[in-house]
Design a protein around this ligand. Structure first.
Ligand SMILES: [Zn+2]
Length: 272
């Protein structure tokens, strides 16, 4: 089924709309990244200049464009506005367009719940990366809705069943919690944050236990490949936590696409 490039539902139009949607969500992510670790509400009050309190008008809040038009300065007092804002917006827009574009052009026959779940995970990864690296926490504001989304999506035809979604969340969350508990007994200090457990439970609700558990294996491998050299570069500090959330996001994303081929290959080896 192919439609002309500019019809409303052509893959091109869907990708473009995905990018615009991503830009707007990126704008919300900026609020989450700034306010959530401070324990402030993400819905009230509206955005203000941190320096003079000037309330940013809705038409000055267009993702990326506004920052460029204002030349990165507050309209009222001229205080520089961090480039982090347009960067987060542009990145969210770009990644959203990429993943939605992939799904709409590839027509690879993924079930709808999988496509929506992967898109959600890709987008949520951005604030999780920033907040976990800076503050070593993963906001419930992202993981709880992700769990609910996973359960809701499981009612769609095709893909996984509600029971698989529920057991996926429970089994994978409990699994990581047990590992964390065992590690804390050995190390005699808290080894793993509950945020990581909730993130893995979210992955289980979205994609089922096998993908979430495979994701943990990939995450550990990535953690060793990327995290250990980074720790050594910054010199080992035993009080330093390792933010595991970003690795879980990357690991689960890899597992979502590649755990079945790896499993098939392994089973093939066994049955020889
Ligand atoms: Zn100002």
């Amino acid at each position: 089924m192919s439609s002309p490039p500019f019809s409303p539902l052509s893959p091109f139009a869907v990708t473009l709309l995905g990018g615009v949607f991503g830009l707007m969500v990126g704008s919300f992510f900026n609020v989450v990244i700034y306010r959530m670790p401070r324990g402030e509400s993400v819905v009230w009050p509206p955005s203000r200049c941190m320096q003079c309190g000037y309330q940013i008008k809705f038409y000055q809040n267009i993702p990326v464009v506004s920052w460029l038009l204002l030349k990165g300065k507050c309209k009222s007092c001229g205080t520089p506005i961090s480039a982090q804002y347009p960067i987060i917006e542009a990145l969210t827009g770009l990644l959203t367009a990429l993943i939605i574009g992939y799904f709409s052009f590839a027509e690879a026959g993924y079930p709808l719940d999988f496509k929506i779940g992967v898109t959600f995970l890709v987008m949520a990864s951005i604030p999780i990366f920033v907040i976990d690296f800076r503050h070593f926490l993963i906001p419930d504001l992202l993981t709880y809705p992700g769990m609910l989304l996973g359960l809701a999506l499981s009612f769609l035809p095709g893909g996984q069943t509600p029971l698989q979604s529920l057991t996926g969340a429970a089994v994978s969350g409990l699994f990581l919690w047990l590992i964390g508990y065992a590690a804390s007994l050995v190390l005699k200090k808290e080894a793993m944050g509950l945020g990581d457990v909730k993130l893995v439970a979210m992955a289980g609700a979205l994609f089922g236990a096998p993908t979430a558990l495979f994701g943990l294996i990939f995450a550990s491998a990535l953690g060793c490949l990327i995290g250990l050299p980074m720790m050594l570069l910054r010199r080992l500090d035993e009080h330093r936590h390792i933010p595991f959330g970003p690795y879980i996001c990357m690991g689960v994303l890899l597992a979502a696409f590649f755990s079945q081929p790896v499993l098939d290959w392994y089973m093939g080896l066994l049955s020889r």
